[in-house]
Design a protein around this ligand. Structure first.
Ligand code: SF4
Length: 82
């Protein structure tokens, strides 16, 4: 199933697991995790919690399994998607 949007809720513990699973989408910084600009329609690099920018159409199917896997692997369950 396609994923149209992914974002990070508050509480990321910067464990790096999501970036290891899906480096195309997630970039872990010193204090949180960003959704990378290349896969977003708005081209910003943020947690996408406020922007709620959609993924670019090309990636919605292509990266869905990896995003789901990353969300399942997040120890504090802050990766959310639709
Ligand atoms: S897996 Fe979860 S806690 Fe770990 S860096 Fe990614 S968003 Fe943060």
């Amino acid at each position: 199933m396609a994923i149209t949007k992914v974002w990070i809720e508050e509480g990321c513990i910067v464990c790096n697991a999501c970036e290891t699973t899906c480096p195309e989408v997630f970039h872990v910084t010193e204090d949180t995790c960003m959704i990378l600009p290349d896969v977003r329609q708005d081209g910003k690099e943020t947690e996408n919690r406020e922007e709620q920018s959609a993924l670019k159409a090309d990636f919605q199917e292509e990266l869905a399994d990896q995003i789901e896997e990353a969300a399942e692997g997040c120890p504090v369950e802050v990766i959310k998607y639709e």
